[in-house]
Design a protein around this ligand. Structure first.
Ligand SMILES: Cc1cc2nc3c(=O)[nH]c(=O)nc-3n(C[C@H](O)[C@H](O)[C@H](O)COP(=O)(O)OP(=O)(O)OC[C@H]3O[C@@H](n4cnc5c(N)ncnc54)[C@H](O)[C@@H]3O)c2cc1C
Length: 397
């Protein structure tokens, strides 16, 4: 049986392992973090396309107890006036409805489900180098251990060691916004729990949603220079709170009060992306998820695209006659779609493109309900041979 090493047990790596396992491959996941890293990261949304991919892995139930659903989105301007109020994705289908989740909780739920299925996880093993041989691929880890497989899938995120092993010149690029995430139970937010509010303010975009148990999840994307690396790790929540409140007070929206009521746990990041055109594969090695195509968070598609990668890669390896043609088929299916997302998301972050939700005359929706969706649905459908699906996939706007 083909043995596949998956490097990285984040959302892309864990989902890829589940998909490969479902397709009948023998898989082991090697994750640098010593445990499921439940406490790491902020929150994210899974869009309907990500939920569709999850359903193909029979993993919808595994995440049903994590996070909460979102059915619609309203958009406010900097004066608090409503510009749009639209359904989000496939809101009428409970299985495909958008979901807002803490990233660590989603990751822990997926890892738990993968282990329950018998997939091997080796935590605390950090890849340091890859040896791509003609017959096998060998992974070397920081603790001195070694693993050998027929194929190696790099799902090791933005600063991927696997990517650097065959594309050493490629580095993440700043996408024009710093991004902050926080939570508060002290904000007075007058809205339903299944609503995402987006504020197009004068200094960037602010978003918030209210969980059923009364916690407000919020993020702020602020346009301007990147935060310095020594500042990114600033431990005092008051540091970021005060800076953000000062910026957000320039507008007449609920944003400043929500941030002001947040007592701790504010996380600061820089929006970054992997440049389109980056190589994805070499010999017996291929990268997926953020390692291959990290995008700025403006379209909120990072985790959903990673879940799509997982299903389509496993189908390619299942359906194509050999690994070389499978990797080529995978890339043909995936590259146009994910790179379109990277480009659109980067343009929104840099302010050179209007988000679909406020573009004049557009039906505001980040959902995948547009021409080309049938192709994506067929690519994701576990029962459809990937080779029979045309690859004229469109995406994102
Ligand atoms: C704070 C934050 C908020 C986000 N918000 C959103 C959002 O709202 N919507 C959205 O769709 N996406 C969001 N994203 C992005 C989203 O989480 C990712 O795009 C998605 O999860 C896919 O990630 P990944 O699994 O490819 O990479 P990662 O999540 O980075 O996982 C990579 C894994 O590889 C491991 N690893 C790294 N190096 C090595 C190594 N050398 N050896 C072994 N293991 C290694 C890491 O420990 C990690 O577990 C957010 C990301 C962050 C950090």
């Amino acid at each position: 049986m083909t043995h596949i090493l998956v490097i990285g047990g984040g959302i892309a790596g864990t989902a890829t392992a589940m998909a490969l396992h479902k397709a009948g491959f023998d898989v082991t996941v090697h994750e640098a973090h010593p445990d499921t890293a439940e406490d790491i990261g902020a929150f994210l949304t899974l869009a309907s396309n990500g939920m569709r991919a999850l359903a193909q892995l029979d993993a919808s139930d595994a995440v049903a107890s994590v996070g909460f659903p979102l059915r619609s989105m309203r958009v406010l301007d900097g004066q608090g006036a409503e510009l749009a109020h639209v359904p989000l994705g496939e809101a009428d289908d409970a299985r495909l409805r958008y979901r807002c989740l803490r990233r660590g909780e989603l990751n822990a739920a997926l890892q738990g489900e993968a282990m329950r299925r018998g997939i091997g996880f080796s935590h605390g093993t950090r890849l340091v180098s890859v040896e791509n041989g003609p017959e096998q691929v060998t992974a070397h880890f920081g603790d001195g251990s070694v693993a050998t497989g027929d194929l190696l899938i790099g799902a090791d995120g933005l600063n991927s060691t696997v990517r650097r092993s065959f594309a050493p010149g490629t580095e993440p690029v700043y996408a024009g916004q710093s991004v902050f995430y926080g939570y508060t139970r002290n904000a007075v937010v007058a809205q339903d729990t299944d609503l995402l509010t987006m504020v197009r303010g004068s200094t960037g975009t602010f978003g918030y949603a209210l969980s059923p148990d009364g916690e407000t999840y919020w993020f702020a994307r602020v346009t301007g220079p990147a935060l310095a690396s020594d500042e990114l790790g600033h431990p005092a929540p008051s540091h970021w709170r005060e800076r953000l409140v000062e910026l957000l007070r320039q507008d007449a929206t609920p944003a400043a009060d929500i941030v002001a009521s947040s007592s701790d746990g504010i996380m600061a990041t820089n929006a970054t992306e992997i440049p389109p055109g980056t190589p994805w594969r070499s010999g017996r090695t291929l990268i997926v998820g953020d390692a291959a195509h990290a995008a700025s968070p403006a379209t909120g598609q990072g985790a959903s695209m990673a879940l799509e990668d997982a299903v389509i890669l496993a189908k390619a390896l299942r359906d194509a006659p050999g690994p070389e043609s499978a990797f080529a088929l995978y890339e043909t299916c995936r590259r146009p779609r994910v790179e379109h997302n990277t480009t659109v998301s980067g343009q929104i972050s840099r302010g050179t493109r209007t988000p679909p939700s406020t573009a004049a005359g557009r039906t505001p929706s980040p959902s995948p309900q547009r021409p080309g969706d049938d192709t994506l649905a067929a690519q994701l459908d576990w029962d459809v041979d990937l080779r029979t699906v045309t690859t004229t996939t469109r995406n994102a706007d």
